[in-house]
Structure formats: structure tokens, C-alpha cells
Design a protein around this ligand. Structure first.
Ligand SMILES: NC(=O)NC(NC(N)=O)C(=O)[O-]
Ligand SMILES: [Zn+2]
Ligand SMILES: [Zn+2]
Length: 516
């Protein structure tokens, strides 16, 4: 007897009530279940589902578990040796077996350059690269876009440009410049518009409408930041005289074209003393962040640390003294060494510069012992002409490395030889950056958090060659030619499957994240 036959007699007498029930179910239940499909936000036809693998990275360790997702949130994390079978409840199960399920990456340092410089990078291309790379939240920098994000009006332009164009969730830093540091009402409005914090430069940024700030401007802004409990991120390099450097005794103008094509020449123009002096001055004003200080509640964060020498020691000491400070470095400082950069290869140009292999090892140590708190991409691409690929002139080329899509596999590939664990990966890339940006719902696989997940295979390797699809606006990246370990299989943003095996959801349903 077929199951349908059993139901037939029952259906006969009950067909009308059953029909009403069924229609009611369809009307009430289906819209929610089908929302994402209809709206095209997800590649998956379910709002309520379970992902399972034998390696789920949680705050209490890595273990086999099922992660239940309902309407965008994580509703349970259950340790279990096998995936739930079909029929155990009504929930759809995705079994990823040996793949790693990790919190999506939170990248707090990305230049997406819109509005105004869409030819550099953009919300669409940048956030697709992020989704393909397992980054589920990114925080956009207030510069390279035009106008720079320094007032509430410009903040509105920024958030309007993002609307409907983002594949992952995006928050925004506001910019601190002398003009708004001198008019704290402007700063207050910028923060009350929802900027997650501020960003400033202690040296020229290269962008005319983003002038540099001194430590004293930063000191002026700290009490306003304290009022909102938000951080300031600082590009910490201060220009120092270079005459003592023999190569530069006659200024950079006197240098030959051959010399300008050497990375070592560029390196000597931005010595570690620039970072040291900036951080020394910055930490002096950051004393105000101490408990009981005039800016208690504010937080000072040093972006893209390159010098693993005194700069790092200053930061370590400041933390011990109770200052509210933190520091990030970027994979390019951990993956490359100045002596290995080829002549004229300006893809590697960034500020502060990539230093030597000895420094690189020290950065790894500092990251592993917790002296460096987190990682970020500092994805900052520019059109090929500006990178001076033709001339290979390191002094003329725009500084900025294009890398967003490769952050997870690059960290894993370079980190493996340093014994990096999955838990460290998720602390550096998810929980610690989420904390910096006060994104409470982001950064870990835990009950109640947003279901932001990256599912990836750490054992699989591949080459970044011409067959590898790069989603950045510009394809030039210093990781070209690298053999990477770690392939992103799929990415979920608030339970929406936005990327799966080279495919994206039809629509861009990333949310803009504003501070309250
Ligand atoms: N204007 C920039 O995007 N600058 C960036 N450029 C780099 N890092 O070379 C940065 O973060 O300083
Ligand atoms: Zn910078
Ligand atoms: Zn940057």
C-alpha cells in the first residue's frame, strides 16, 4: 500500500478543513520561508537550516557541531559527532563534512572609494570580492572617496552610495581632519549619524581633501569619541627628516630612475622612526583614555603596524599601563619581505612599507602572543596608471595594496609555517575586529549572533593565475602567482547564502551598519 492510499479515506471527510489549513500554512508560513528566494538575496531556499561540519570554530574551541540558523541568527550550536539526519525535525541540513565552519571575517580597514572614485574600487566589486573571500562584514575608510567622509552631509552621501550595492554588511568610519577637530559640533553630528568611529592620518594621506592631523587634533576629538564610546583609528607615521640617510642626502629629486625602481629606495624614505615617533606622540594623548581620564570610554587603534621594533614595544607598554589602545597589522606585512620585492614591482607599494624578513618574523611572534590584536586587509587599490606599472617608479606610484579577496587563504597559507591555528585565525579576523567596531552581533559562532559564516577547505590549494576569477575592480595584486591553501566554499551573511562555488546571490542584500 502506498502512503497516499492511507491518507485517502481521511482526506475524503477532512478535505475542506485540510484545504483551509494548507492554504493558511502557505499564506502564513511560506512568505517567510521563501522571502530570500523571491527577493534573490540567498542562493539557498531556506530561512531555517542547519550547517554541520567536523570543524566548527567557536569561542570554546573547534569541534564537530551543527549550527542552526533561523531568520538570520544563530539559534543553536550543538556539539555532535554526526550530521543530523533528514527527518530529525523539519529543518534543512547542509552537511559540510570536513570543511571548516568559521565566523565570517570582519575587515575593519577597507577603502571602497565611493562616492567619487568608483574607478578605483566600488561597493559592488569590493563587496563581491569580500563575499568570495569569506568576509561578511567590512568597515569602509573615510578616504579615497570624494568627498571624504568628514561631515554628516558627506556621511549621508557615503551611505546612499552603498545602498542596494553591497553583498556583505558594511559599516563606515568617519574622517577626523583639522577642520572638524576645530569644530566639535561637526564631529558630534558625524558620530550621531552612525559612523562607527573615526580615522585620521598623522602624515599626508595623498588625498587633498583628507589633510593630516597632529596628536593635538586627536586629543581634541577624544572626549567626543568618549561620549559615544567609539574608537579612533590612526595611520601612525610622522614625517621625519631624511638627510641623515646617505642615499637621500640630496633629496629624492636627485635619485636616478634605476634607483627609483628599487624597493629598497622606497623603504629608506619611510624608516621605522616614522612609525615610532607617531605612536610615541599618539600614546601620549591616548593617556586620556585611561579609567578616570578625560576621555574615558574612547579607544585608540593603530592601523597597519609594520615596525615590529620600538613601535610595538611602545604599544605593549601602553596597554600594560591601562591605556585603551589596540593595534592591527595586515597580511602583506606577514607575507612579504622587502628583500624579496622585484625591481619596479609597484604592486607591493604601501605605507608604511613592507620591511625585511627579520621584522616579518617578529610581527608573527607579536601576533601569536597577542601583542598585535587583529588583522585587516587595508585593501586600497588604484587604477593601473596610478600604480606606475610602466615606469616601475616606486616614488611616483600610488601606495596601496589590492588584496581583499585573498585575506583568508593568504593568512592561512603564510600562517601554517608559523603554526597558526583556526582559533587564532578567527580571533584575529572576526572576534577582535568586531569588538573594535562595537559590532556586538558579529564575529563569533554563538547563540544569538548574526549567522555570518564562512565555510572553507583549509587543505585545498590552487594558484592565483589568469584562470582564477578576481572580483576586485582592478585585478593587479601582489598575490598573483601565489599558491594558496584554503578555498572558500560558501559564505553566509545573516543566514543568506551570498556566495557558493563561484556563484553569487542574484541580489545584493548586505546591510549598512550604523552605530546607535
Ligand atoms: N590613501 C590611502 O588609501 N592610503 C592607504 N595607503 C597605503 N596603506 O599605502 C593607507 O591606508 O594609508
Ligand atoms: Zn593608512
Ligand atoms: Zn588604509
Amino acid at each position: 500500500m502506498e502512503p497516499a492510499d492511507i491518507f485517502r479515506p481521511i482526506l475524503r471527510g477532512w478535505s475542506l478543513p485540510l484545504l483551509i489549513f494548507a492554504v493558511g500554512y502557505v499564506l502564513m508560513g511560506m512568505p517567510r520561508m521563501d522571502n530570500q528566494v523571491r527577493e534573490g538575496c540567498s542562493l539557498l531556499n531556506h530561512d531555517h537550516f542547519v550547517v554541520y561540519s567536523r570543524r566548527v570554530v567557536t569561542p570554546n574551541g573547534v569541534y564537530p557541531a551543527s549550527v542552526e540558523v533561523n531568520e538570520g541568527r544563530i539559534v543553536s550550536v550543538i556539539r555532535r559527532r554526526e550530521a543530523p539526519k533528514k527527518g530529525e525535525g523539519e529543518v534543512h541540513v547542509l552537511n559540510y563534512e570536513n570543511a571548516v565552519i568559521m565566523p565570517g571575517l570582519v575587515d575593519v580597514h577597507v577603502h571602497l572609494d565611493e562616492p567619487g572614485r568608483a574607478e578605483w574600487e566600488g561597493f559592488k566589486t569590493g563587496t563581491r570580492a569580500a563575499a568570495a573571500g569569506g568576509i561578511t562584514t567590512l568597515v569602509d575608510m573615510p578616504l579615497n572617496n570624494f568627498p571624504s567622509t568628514t561631515t554628516k552631509e558627506y556621511f549621508k552621501m557615503k551611505k546612499d552610495a552603498a545602498k542596494g550595492n553591497i553583498s556583505v554588511d558594511v559599516g563606515f568610519w568617519g574622517g577626523l581632519v583639522p577642520e572638524n577637530a576645530a569644530n566639535l559640533t561637526i564631529l558630534d553630528e558625524l558620530l550621531s549619524s552612525g559612523a562607527l568611529g573615526l580615522k585620521s592620518f598623522m602624515c599626508p594621506s595623498g588625498i587633498n581633501d583628507f589633510p593630516m592631523t597632529t596628536a593635538s587634533h586627536i586629543q581634541d576629538a577624544l572626549p567626543v569619541l568618549a561620549k559615544y564610546g567609539r574608537p579612533i583609528l590612526v595611520h601612525a607615521e610622522v614625517e621625519q627628516p631624511l638627510e641623515d640617510i646617505p642615499l637621500l642626502a640630496n633629496g629624492v629629486e636627485g635619485l636616478s630612475q634605476d634607483s627609483r625602481r628599487l624597493y629598497s629606495t622606497y623603504l629608506s624614505t619611510r624608516p621605522p622612526t616614522w612609525e615610532q615617533e607617531a605612536v610615541r606622540q599618539l600614546l601620549e594623548v591616548a593617556k586620556d583614555t585611561k579609567t578616570g581620564g578625560r576621555a574615558e570610554g574612547a579607544h585608540v587603534h593603530v592601523v597597519h603596524l609594520s615596525d615590529a621594533g620600538d613601535t610595538l614595544q611602545f604599544i605593549k607598554k601602553a596597554k600594560e599601563e591601562g591605556l585603551h589602545v589596540s593595534v592591527e597589522t595586515c597580511p602583506h606585512y606577514l607575507a612579504f619581505a622587502s628583500e624579496e620585492i622585484g625591481e619596479g614591482d609597484t604592486r607591493f607599494k604601501c605605507a608604511p612599507p613592507v620591511r625585511n624578513a627579520v621584522n616579518r618574523e617578529k610581527l608573527w611572534e607579536a601576533l601569536k602572543d597577542g601583542s598585535i590584536d587583529m588583522l585587516s586587509s587595508d585593501h586600497s587599490p588604484a587604477p593601473p596608471e596610478m600604480k606606475e606599472f610602466e615606469s616601475g617608479d616606486f616614488l611616483k606610484a600610488w601606495g596601496g595594496i589590492s588584496s581583499l579577496q585573498f585575506m583568508l587563504p593568504v593568512t592561512w597559507t603564510a600562517g601554517r609555517s608559523h603554526g597558526v591555528t583556526l582559533e587564532q585565525m578567527s580571533r584575529w579576523w572576526s572576534s577582535n575586529p568586531a569588538k573594535l567596531a562595537n559590532l556586538d552581533r558579529k564575529g563569533s559562532i554563538q547563540f544569538g549572533k548574526d549567522a555570518d559564516l564562512v565555510i572553507w577547505d583549509p587543505e585545498e590549494s590552487y594558484v592565483i593565475d589568469e584562470n582564477h576569477t578576481i572580483y576586485h575592480r582592478h585585478k593587479a595584486t601582489p598575490y598573483a602567482g601565489w599558491t594558496l591553501s584554503g578555498r572558500v566554499i560558501t559564505t553566509f551573511v545573516r543566514g543568506q547564502q551570498v556566495f557558493r562555488e563561484g556563484e553569487f546571490s542574484e541580489k545584493r542584500c548586505g546591510m549598512r551598519l550604523f552605530a546607535l
